[in-house]
Design a protein around this ligand. Structure first.
Ligand code: AMP
Length: 281
């Protein structure tokens, strides 16, 4: 396990093509799908585990976010990952550190609007991690679709040598997108949360039958989600997958994303229509 920047630099010096999977830990099959892809496509995967304080708002779940370092390290070892970078907060944010990345327009809507400062925190920590790990390829999940676009935009501008690859959402059997935050759900909440993916899949079916109108696609999602009183939607968005600008007119590709509260837990999910996540650069 690597704890410090110098340890990581020394490890990096001995690997030709590095594939990087940044995570906040509490690892599940979604994370491991990124790891498997990194293993296939590069010489060695490195997984970081760091619950990044700067991407949490003051009233969010930073302190209670699930932390299970020993279990995660065993999971990574079983997955054949030799290198885990597990820095302390001080290692990532040393005293006097002033580095901060402003992610720009792509970060303004949706999660950026709901969570002020969130993507500045994400972009800043990922930039720091990129500079420490110096990966050739970095793998991000479609689950956090806007995050993927924020990082791809940042990488294009600041780290053009790093390829940022989007990987499809891994779901539970009933459709719920895997997330470390699912662990917060009580059994009844876990059952209710199913309507999120069901709503998205209903819109996806409408799309596959030819529906392209953004308002009607949004309505299909909302109809399903509204059947579940235990779920309070925050937004349902039908946007251009490249810019995340809301669609006003029918288009030949779209991302439908949503955020909702299930009890105290805030969940997000999305479906990409008319294109594959791996087409995004
Ligand atoms: P996190 O630990 O939640 O910050 O996630 C680390 C990485 O795993 C991010 O790139 C996420 O988008 C990705 N990820 C999280 N959940 C899933 C999932 N269900 N399927 C695919 N990727 C995921």
């Amino acid at each position: 396990m690597l704890r410090t920047r110098p340890e990581t630099a020394a490890w990096r010096a001995n690997v030709a093509r590095v594939g990087f999977v940044p995570t906040m830990g509490a690892l599940h099959a979604g994370h491991l799908s990124l790891v498997e892809r990194a293993k296939r496509e590069t010489d060695a995967p490195v997984v970081s585990i760091f619950v990044n304080p700067t991407q949490f708002g003051p009233n969010e779940d930073f302190t209670k976010y699930p932390r299970q370092e020993a279990k995660d390290l065993a999971t990574l070892e079983a997955a054949g990952v030799a290198a885990a970078f597990v820095p302390s907060v001080e290692e990532m944010y040393p005293p006097g550190d002033r580095m901060r990345i402003e992610p720009g327009e792509i970060a303004e809507a949706l999660e950026g609007a709901a969570r002020p400062g969130h993507f500045a925190g994400v972009a800043t920590v990922v930039a720091k991690l990129f500079e420490i790990v110096r990966p050739d390829v970095a793998y991000f999940g479609q689950k956090d679709f806007q995050q993927l676009r924020v990082i791809q935009t940042m990488a294009r501008e600041r780290y053009p040598a790093i390829k940022v690859v989007g990987c499809p959402i891994v779901r539970e059997e009933d459709g719920l997108a895997m997330s470390s935050r699912n662990a917060y759900l009580a059994p009844a909440e876990r059952a209710a949360a199913r309507v999120l993916s069901r709503g998205l899949f209903t819109a996806r079916s409408a799309w596959s039958r030819g529906e392209r109108h953004p308002e009607r696609l949004r309505a299909r999602v909302e109809e399903v989600v509204e059947t579940e009183p235990g779920v309070a939607p925050e937004y349902v968005s039908v946007a251009d997958p490249l810019t995340l600008v809301e669609l006003k007119l029918p288009a030949n590709r779209a991302v439908i994303s949503l955020a909702a509260r299930v009890g105290k837990t805030r969940l997000i999910d999305n479906v990409l229509l008319g294109m594959e996540v791996s087409d995004l650069k």
